[in-house]
Design a protein around this ligand. Sequence first.
Ligand SMILES: [Zn+2]
Length: 259
Amino acid sequence: MSHLQPLEAYHAHNYQRLVKRWRKIEKSRNLCMHLLAEAGGYPIYYLESRSPNPHCRWFYCSAGIHGDEAAGPEALIQWAETAKKIFQEVNVLLFPCLNPWGLVHNLRQDSHGNDLNRTYHDESVPQTAEHKRLITGREFDLALFLHEDYDARGVYIYEIPFKSPFIADRFIAASSQHIPPDPRGVIEGARARGGLIQRKVSPRLMPLAPEAFFLHFSLNSRSVTIETPSEFHIDQRVAAQVAILHQAVKYCCSLGSRE
Ligand SMILES: [Zn+2]
């Protein structure tokens, strides 16, 4: 099969099917699906609580910004399909797949060769600019970014220090029912312990800004990046991420009422 052949036959890379599944459940989950932008010939959607409860916390989650990391989009929809009550407990803003062209072609970059997760400092990439416009001025109690890594040997998580203590150990505990934490002491050049990379970050040292930096520095939101190991079975990777999504909602609820 040619490298650029769309992979729609594989469920995890079938964008049309993914959109259909969200459409099917949006109403019953009190969600509204909107168009964010179009890129590479595909519409990019987001879903938001239809009538947000002012007392509930806000949970932000995005998936599929790298198209060859298929577990995220699948985990997010499976979580939403199987957990109806959650949407009465938290307000959500969800981006089910930020790079549909990449997902369909199983490629990290978008159709212009951009690594979208290095463009959040940049106004010249239309879909990123649109994404930033939509969320600017908002603040989320927790923002999760669902990723995968071919080099990973287990689940690992980046957590940027934020106000109160770190929280990502609970995500490692939840995902370890399905995939153990990455045992390496150094991951992507950073010191890691039990799959956790918890360190200060600086936009100066990483000028090509990822989405997490924008949420952390510009929106003052707690930002946690999840990485599952791409070489593990897709069902295991999805299950690990679904377990983390459940924990994320539990964390938001544990913060108590917003007012
Ligand atoms: Zn990624």
